[in-house]
Ligand binder design. Structure first.
Ligand SMILES: *[C@@H]1O[C@H](CO)[C@@H](O)[C@H](O)[C@H]1NC(C)=O
Ligand SMILES: *[C@@H]1O[C@H](CO)[C@@H](O)[C@H](O)[C@H]1NC(C)=O
Length: 592
């Protein structure tokens, strides 16, 4: 075992890396694997935590996050998952790219080096020059991988009942540049059903009683699949120190001579060095490489700039800020209105040249169907808040149940350095207290980005239900500085950055779609540097809005709803819809 003598035992990671370029892969069932584990640990890891045996590494009792990755051909992956396919079938559209991402709304917020700001729910993006073709060819493949997708021809039509039924349909995707994108706050029907390949692979990897995955990220590109899964591990066992530690938190990673070429398992401490607010992250640890020959242990170090700005450092007992970092909070105000404002207060430090030079501050709001924005209103407000980009449904006449798809995206490039903007940086005199108790005066900056929103009419509810309002939840926005890819320190730094990204970086949908990727390498052309919600929540935070609901005895609303559903035809369909919706929302109904 290597001496792992690094001061701050913050994160420990274990990962295995696929044999990238090995001998030509003749057997398509061969999968290339990568495993990884990230953990905070109260103590340094020791031989107790890692046991290396013949073709096996056992990781015991680590608390934190675990990442597992599998890479291989679509055909091979389906076979390993127990889905037999005949050659030539289920190949998908090789020119297009499918990206599916799912983040559990109840999952603990991830910690760096993972991006902690994933919008909860189901996301799908299809990138292709010919969407109709890509959808037709990829749809059955997606269905095999993740469960049911409605693969019928694109008709542009669809009854409200079909929309309510939570299937994935081509019509529901929104065009974003050359992508088609969809977000659902609830799982689509049949998602990860037991017959799906991804669910079968995940259950093969899930260690004993671990809770389900926090994040699933699946990319199908040119016939190759990359699947990454992140679990929170060992989070519940902290207070059970002296009990029976049996095998509950043990995860074994082994080399299988039949299916593997090389499996690498590694673990890392995260060491953070702060200098003038710049944060340098080093990931130090060791890697065990397993192949047919046996095991090989090596020290490892990955050096990269953190994709996440340091949050405020707070006093442990009072919660007061001792040293100012970066953070944001967000609210919908007033809390009961048809025309609320999304108000995001960002605290950051724009005057750190190395950190934010050439970068722009972006606020991305992913709105459910209950909300819409008026692009013309936002255009008029550009001199005040900054340029905005809007994708998705902005038709203000449509009530919720009739809106195609899922809602909309609103991204504001805040540019608060321009002093004419209402979102301009406001300086505050502050005092930082360092770990030794030494006080230093400094300046901290806040910017307030205020985006006017509008609420859609909620579907009317049945007679006899006393609810007058429903609560519409919206995830807080993603707030990030978007910077040119770091090239300042030359080739070497760029290569390190790329290597680190390969290990740690899972692009957050839909954020990554809004910025171009390199056509040749398919790499991002920008670096994202995220600001964390403040105070750091346990789960991704949401804003609540209470919206009045129509009543069936309110004739005007019934008329409006019936008019909007004209395509649906008969009153019977309308009534069935009303009942379905009422059944689904009445539980959330709120009286005031
Ligand atoms: C949001 O952040 C600002 C600046 O840090 C702070 O003044 C404000 O009280 C916060 N609002 C809430 C609701 O926490
Ligand atoms: C901050 O302190 C400086 C002097 O050190 C003072 O001129 C300035 O007005 C103060 N700003 C605020 C916002 O209090």
């Amino acid at each position: 075992m290597l001496p792992l003598s690094i001061s701050a035992a913050v994160l420990v990671a274990t990962l295995g890396i696929a044999a990238a370029a090995g001998s030509p892969d003749t057997d398509s069932t061969l999968l290339q694997h990568r495993h990884s584990f990230f953990s905070t640990l109260p103590v340094e890891p020791s031989d107790e935590n890692f046991r290396v045996g013949r073709h096996q590494v056992k990781v015991i009792d680590l608390t934190g996050f675990r990442e597992w990755e599998v890479k291989g051909s679509l055909h091979g992956l389906l076979q390993v998952a127990g889905k037999t396919t005949s050659e030539g079938e289920s190949q998908g559209d090789v020119s297009g790219k499918v990206h599916v991402q799912w983040f559990d709304s109840k999952a603990p917020l991830l910690r760096p080096p993972f991006i902690p700001t994933y919008i909860p729910g189901f996301h799908m993006a299809i990138t292709s020059d010919d969407f109709a073709k890509a959808w037709k060819e990829n749809c059955p493949v997606i269905s095999d991988l993740i469960g049911s997708v409605d693969c019928r021809e694109i008709t542009g039509e669809g009854t409200p009942l079909e929309r309510i039924h939570n299937t994935l349909r081509a019509e529901d995707l929104t065009v974003i540049y050359k992508h088609h994108y969809l977000h659902k706050t609830t799982d689509p029907a049949g998602f990860l059903s037991s017959s799906s390949a991804v669910s079968s692979l995940i259950s093969q990897q899930q260690a004993g009683s671990t809770p389900g995955p926090a994040l699933i990220d699946l990319v199908l590109h040119k016939g190759e699949i990359t699947l990454k899964v992140i679990w929170a591990t060992g989070t519940n066992n902290n207070d059970n120190k002296d009990g029976d530690k049996s095998q509950q938190n043990a995860i074994g990673i082994s080399f299988n001579e039949k299916t593997d070429k090389v499996v690498e398992v590694g673990w890392f401490y995260r060491e953070i060095t702060e200098q003038d607010y710049s944060v340098y992250d080093h990931y130090l640890g060791a890697i065990v490489k397993m192949d047919r020959e046996g095991e090989e242990v090596n020290e490892a170090m990955i050096q990269t700039r953190s994709p996440v700005f340091p949050p405020h450092r707070r006093d442990f007992s009072t919660g007061n800020i001792r040293a100012y970092g970066h953070g944001f909070n967000s609210t919908m105000t007033p809390s009961q209105s048809f025309h609320p404002h999304s108000v995001t207060t960002i605290r950051s430090n724009p005057n750190i040249q190395e950190t934010t030079a050439g970068c722009d501050l972006h606020v991305l709001q992913v709105l459910p169907a209950g909300y819409f924005v008026d692009p013309f209103q936002l255009e008029g407000l550009a001199p005040e808040i900054g340029e905005s980009t809007v994708f998705g449904e902005t038709d203000l006449e449509k009530p919720v149940g009739v809106v195609a798809g899922w809602g909309s995206l609103v991204m504001v490039k805040a540019q608060p350095e321009e002093s004419v903007k209402t979102s301009k940086w406001t300086p505050h005199n502050i005092t930082n207290i360092d770990t030794k108790g030494v006080k230093t005066d400094a300046v901290s900056y806040t910017s307030v980005v205020d985006i006017p929103m509008h609420m859609r009419y909620q579907p009317p509810i049945e007679q006899g239900n006393p609810a007058t309002h429903v609560t519409v939840e919206t995830p807080w926005p993603i707030v990030a500085w978007v910077c040119p890819v770091a090239t300042t320190n030359g080739e070497e730094s760029a290569a390190l950055n790329a290597a680190a990204k390969k290990l740690f970086h899972i692009p957050a949908l839909p954020f990554s779609l809004l910025f171009p990727r390199d056509a040749k390498t398919d790499r991002e052309t920008v670096d994202f540097r995220f600001i964390l919600p403040d105070p750091i929540p346990k789960q991704f935070p949401t804003a609540q809005m209470s919206v009045p609901v129509g009543r069936l005895d309110d004739m005007n609303l019934v008329r409006a709803a019936t008019f909007a559903m004209a395509g649906a035809g008969t009153l019977a369909v309308a009534l069935a819809l009303v009942r379905t919706v009422a059944g689904r929302t009445s539980g959330k109904g709120k009286q005031d």
